[in-house]
Write a protein that binds this ligand. Structure first.
Ligand code: OGA
Ligand code: NI
Length: 372
């Protein structure tokens, strides 16, 4: 471990101002140690407690869902695997998706170039308003987080596209086009996955007529989509901090594109397990809305990001939710006298209010929705 002089840890107001500018900026200043602002209490540090395992070491195979199989003659088998993955892991790899390679490649490439822009350019998009269509920032909630995460992000809302597009960064020049292409393609993967998920919950089936199916899917089509580009710079003391602290995602499903640097860990059977990057795949996870919609059958699982001493890691999360004004509640078809609803009805606005009023800790939002 490197020796760090206490004064490097940072305390005064100039340094607080510096932290507001993000981790990338901090690293460009050439720091040797992790400033105090980013040091987690010992029990929350990545290697304390029950230990962390690489999926390979644990011989744990994160389920792999084959998108082609979902749309081929063995669909019912694939839907079954999907059900098991959502029940037992809340996470899976999606392989053989039908997103064009160059669209995925350009999204990752332009994300890297955005974070390489001078701070002055990036900072034009800084905002602490949770409802802003573009938001560049650092940590999780940089106005209230007591300890900062080792992450900078660019959040772009994608719905409705024509309204939000003029707010997106104009540099790099190809960013808008790359994100339009990527977000429309992920949206269609999401809709196809959602159709399979409704089937896996027994809500639509082979006997459901097409009109009824289209009706069931319509509200997902109108749902919101948020693209979050995450940048986790190389960290001089990765054992003291986290790129993102344990959290669950609030939406229905998240589709995550990660580069070749590992860092994502999920909680499985009480342990932290690393999700190894699988080339050409997406990592998909169940969000809080789907946990509620499925009345608890599918789990919105805690996950976090660890950082490393040598490599910057980039990931692109596409968060898909129900429409802004739609109540989130268990599907009426899954509720009856013997299976009562386990959650309070929630709308998205209530969630945003919650987000801006307090620091989301772990699964506290979902916990607050539970009926006991
Ligand atoms: C997120 C998230 C994981 C990652 O953005 O919510 O969990 O690997 N990201 O960046
Ligand atoms: Ni997440």
């Amino acid at each position: 471990m490197s020796l760090v002089v206490e004064s490097d840890r940072g305390n005064d107001s100039t340094e607080r101002e510096l932290f507001q500018k993000g981790v990338k900026h901090l690293c460009e200043k050439g720091i040797k140690g992790v400033p105090r602002k980013y040091i987690l209490p010992v029990p929350d540090q990545p290697n304390s407690g029950k230990g962390t395992f690489s999926a390979r070491n644990l011989r744990l195979n994160l389920p792999v869902i084959d998108f082609e199989e979902l749309h081929g003659p063995s669909r019912s088998l694939a839907v079954n695997s999907l059900r098991k993955a959502c029940e037992e892991f809340g996470f899976f790899h999606l392989v053989n998706h039908d997103m064009p390679r160059d669209i995925v490649h350009n999204m990752m490439d332009v994300s890297k170039r955005f974070f390489e822009l001078p701070f002055e350019e990036r900072s034009k998009y800084m905002s602490t308003d949770f409802r802003s269509p573009v938001r560049y920032g650092t940590s999780f909630n940089q106005t209230s987080d007591e300890v900062f995460c080792w992450r900078d992000f660019l959040k772009l809302s994608c719905h409705p596209l024509s309204e939000v597009l003029p707010f997106w960064p104009s540099s790099p020049m190809d960013l808008r086009q790359a994100v339009v292409n990527y977000s429309t393609n992920t949206k269609s993967q999401y809709l196809m996955l959602t159709e399979a998920i409704l089937e896996s919950l027994g809500l639509v089936g082979t006997t459901t007529n097409e009109n009824e199916k289209a009706e069931d899917l319509r509200e997902f089509e109108d749902g919101s989509q948020l693209i979050v580009v995450n940048c986790y710079p190389a960290c001089p003391e990765p054992d003291l901090t986290l790129g993102i602290t344990p959290h669950s995602d609030y939406g229905f499903l998240t589709l995550l594109l990660q580069d070749e640097v590992e860092g994502l860990q999920i909680q499985h059977e009480g342990r932290w397990v690393t999700v190894e990057p699988l080339p050409d795949s997406l990592v998909v996870n169940v969000g809080d809305h789907l946990e509620i919609f499925s009345n608890g059958r599918y789990k919105s699982v805690l996950h976090r990001v660890v950082v490393n001493p040598t490599k910057t890691r980039i990931s692109v999360a596409s968060l898909h939710s129900l429409p802004f004004n739609r109540m989130v509640r268990p599907s009426p078809k899954l509720i009856d006298e013997t299976n009562p609803s386990c959650y309070k009805d929630t709308d998205f606005a209530a969630f945003l209010d919650y987000l801006s009023s307090s620091e989301p800790k772990k699964k506290s939002f979902l916990e607050s929705r539970k009926l006991t």
